[in-house]
Ligand binder design. Structure first.
Ligand code: ZN
Length: 146
């Protein structure tokens, strides 16, 4: 099995059986994102822990396979990481799909590398980055009313 085939299997598996898919009633943040070009809609639910980490993260939505797989892989990857680590993963994922010229393989992305091939399809890049945009917004500090 070559890498491309293996990656396709990972994407299909996550699209068919998305991980961390469902409501998170005690979440601190709910951020909705949509991609009208494809019809993807995703809401990311984040609960923060004591040490400014992502204690739990889930997503809900209605989206294409690439978007569902990306959301599933993302939630699996960033769970129990600090905000700073999640930011770094966001940057790495973003660079993998959009940086020019193509950056060297970033091993720290792990299973997220399965989505690397998406960069060849600019229309689908938005599908893959949608859940990440919502995550980024969720990670921004909220100014609490005095
Ligand atoms: Zn899509």
């Amino acid at each position: 099995m070559d890498f491309e085939e293996l990656y396709r299997e990972v994407i299909l598996d996550h699209a068919r059986r998305p991980r961390n898919c469902g409501e998170l009633p005690d979440a601190d943040r709910h951020v909705h994102g949509d991609n009208p070009l494809c019809g993807d809609e995703v809401t990311v639910h984040v609960k923060f822990g004591q040490r400014d980490d992502i204690e739990n993260i889930t997503f809900t939505g209605n989206a294409c396979s690439i978007c569902m797989a990306s959301a599933s892989l993302m939630t699996q990857k960033v769970k129990r990481h600090t905000r700073a680590e999640a930011d770094a993963l966001w940057q790495g994922f973003h660079d993998m799909l959009t940086a020019q010229p193509e950056p060297p393989v970033n091993e720290s992305l792990g299973d997220l590398l399965a989505l690397q091939g998406v960069r060849k399809f600019p229309m689908r890049v938005k599908c893959a980055t949608l859940p990440w945009q919502a995550l980024k917004e969720a990670l921004e500090p909220v100014t609490k009313p005095a």
